[in-house]
Design a protein around this ligand. Structure first.
Ligand SMILES: C[S@@+](CC[C@H](N)C(=O)[O-])C[C@H]1O[C@@H](n2cnc3c(N)ncnc32)[C@H](O)[C@@H]1O
Length: 328
């Protein structure tokens, strides 16, 4: 595990995040849910701006929580940090409400704002012990939750050729997914980031986009599979809207189109009134619980990309729950 106590992660789309939640100033004692604490930049900015805000912030990575504890020490009386996968939010939130650990709310499991900034942080990428990056040679790992069962090396060494092909295809490798899968099988065992990167580089067709390493997309594909990122995003989107207070927004930032598609589809279905939990009454029985405010995903401004190139691929979607529903 990493010993670093400070974050190197630069939060993306900070201006847009703060704009999205500016209605918090009108709420007395607002309660906020950060589903992806990471370097804690978004949570810190919100805690700083709203002196009566209470935040529940989760991450599946214990290192992120350790760093955040240091960064957010001034706010410890308005904060709960919890190690949790956001696919298990329901259990955690029910437990915290049962314990009355979240102030200001007696029994309603509702939040006045929710953020999910998906993917990995620069802290995870920069830590050689975590084996996420082809820029440094280290054991292939890529687990965001170090207690989860299968890391990248065992995934590459134990999956069948067709499983690997499907992992690469789903992760965006495209037409050469089968060629890469065959090369991986032929080159086993593969234990380090450099070994896997050289395999990617040996496949000419992967070297298509100027300035991008042939290993970029395959590494991302393996990371997505190791952490079941698409499955977790689907489960988050299936459940997170039930935690929105009337008038509250949820802001989701994705970094690739596979995730953004899941988010957009889910938010459209909340808007249409599908998947709405029974305890949220629907207006007229036909319409949904709120509005997708970003039909087209928001992108970062050019100035931001200039100072933080990692922000380039961010896509932000915002959904706002109706102020009042029939029956309330
Ligand atoms: C992009 S970073 C978040 C950065 C943060 N918003 C900030 O301002 O510093 C994403 C974080 O989400 C965490 N994460 C990703 N998938 C998760 C999941 N399924 N459950 C919980 N945490 C997750 C990662 O471990 C990582 O720390």
């Amino acid at each position: 595990m990493s010993q670093a106590t400070t974050t190197v992660h630069q939060s993306v789309m900070m201006t847009e995040v703060m704009e999205c939640f500016d209605y918090l100033s009108e709420i007395e004692n607002p309660v906020f849910l950060d589903c992806t604490l990471g370097g804690a930049g978004h949570s810190e900015a919100l805690l700083k701006k709203y002196p009566d805000l209470f935040v529940l912030a989760i991450d599946q990575d214990p290192d992120a929580l350790e760093r955040a504890k240091v960064r957010l020490t001034d706010y410890s009386d308005r904060l709960i940090l919890a190690r949790c996968n956001f696919r298990d939010l329901d259990g955690l939130i029910s437990e915290l409400f049962k314990q009355k650990a979240i102030p200001y709310r007696s029994n309603l499991k509702l939040f006045d704002g929710i953020i999910a900034d998906l993917g990995i942080s620069s802290d995870q990428l920069a830590d050689p012990d975590r084996g996420f990056s082809f820029l440094q040679n280290s054991p292939l790992d890529m687990r965001m939750d170090p207690s989860s069962e299968q890391g990248a090396a065992s995934l590459l060494n134990e999956s069948s050729k067709s499983e690997l092909q499907s992992i690469f295809r789903t992760g965006g490798v495209g037409a050469v997914s089968g060629v890469l899968a065959a090369k991986v099988v032929e080159s086993r065992p593969i234990n380090s980031t450099s070994e896997f990167a050289s395999i990617c580089e040996s496949i000419g067709e992967l070297n298509t986009r100027p300035g991008r390493s042939a290993a970029t997309v395959p590494f991302q594909a393996v990371r997505i599979a190791v952490n079941d990122e698409l499955g977790a995003a689907r489960e988050l989107i299936d459940s997170v809207h039930q935690f929105l207070s009337p008038g509250a927004s949820v802001c989701v930032i994705s970094f690739h189109s596979l995730e953004d598609k899941i988010v957009a589809k889910g938010m459209r279905s909340w808007e249409r009134g599908e998947q709405v939990p029974r305890r949220i009454p629907q207006q007229g029985g036909v319409t949904g619980i709120g509005k997708l405010l970003t039909k087209k995903a928001l992108s970062p401004r050019e100035e931001e990309i200039g100072v933080n190139p990692r922000a380039r691929s961010s896509m932000m979607r915002i959904f706002r729950r109706n102020e009042k529903e029939v029956g309330e």
